[in-house]
Design a protein around this ligand. Structure first.
Ligand code: GTP
Ligand code: ZN
Length: 198
């Protein structure tokens, strides 16, 4: 299964989606035949396929594609991984950062693969809590590490642009496994992701 960014789209799916989006534009009171909107259903169909391409990707396979034997057991942290996902309730974006750590148990993975895993699960319709756990579970399955930790902080546009209309609230979710269930290890991780190291 390829995991490169999708640049071509199934024409039948694109056409079917575009036809629905064209009707939606009319229902919203727009004229889908006006010049500026002529290509919008097609563009939106492609954008939505791009934003949900994670369904066609296998996170464990990605991690395994650059898995190296390395006898270390120190914490590896990839922090500030930006993420863009869509909330499954409104299909509006939520935007934020993921901080991921694991303690190897003989195996490490390519650092970029950790960020790719964040993309795989972000590019699906999500709730932030499930996204957090899915990232953790994929790393656990692929690397069988001594521990995994995932923290995500995000802003939800569905809470900003509509509904309760709160502009400054962040949602933080976390998931910890193995050694990160110990207070000391967890605190070290939290300290390191909070520190301004760069
Ligand atoms: N737990 C969780 N809730 C989310 C996430 N994204 C959006 N939501 C919430 O999903 C809920 C859906 O609630 P509903 O009452 O069915 O929808 P709604 O009438 O549009 O709710 P309001 O946003 O309060 O206007 C809202 O409270 C959203 O804030 C997420 O990632 N995790
Ligand atoms: Zn929402």
């Amino acid at each position: 299964m390829a995991y490169t960014k999708q640049e071509s789209y199934d024409q039948d799916v694109t056409d079917a989606l575009a036809s629905h989006y064209k009707s939606a534009l009319s229902l919203l009171g727009e004229d889908p035949e006006r010049e500026g909107l002529l290509k919008t259903p097609d563009r939106l169909a492609k954008a939505m396929q791009y934003l949900t391409q994670g369904y066609q990707m296998d996170a464990v396979e990605i991690l395994n594609s650059a898995k190296f034997h390395e006898p270390i057991s120190e914490m590896v942290i990839v922090k500030d991984i930006e993420l863009y996902s869509l909330c499954e309730h409104h299909l509006l974006p939520f935007i934020g950062k993921a901080h991921v750590a694991y303690i190897p148990n003989g195996w490490i993975t390519g650092l970029s693969k950790v960020a790719r895993v964040v993309d795989v699960f972000s590019h699906r319709l999500q709730v932030q809590e499930r996204l957090t756990v899915q990232i953790l579970e994929a790393i656990k399955e692929a690397l069988n590490p001594l521990g995994v930790a995932v923290v995500i902080e995000a802003k939800h546009l569905c809470m900003m642009m509509r509904g309760v209309a709160k502009q400054n609230s962040y949602t933080t979710t976390s998931s910890f496994d193995g050694e990160f269930e110990n207070d000391r290890t967890r605190s070290e991780f939290m300290k390191l992701i909070s520190a301004n190291l760069h």
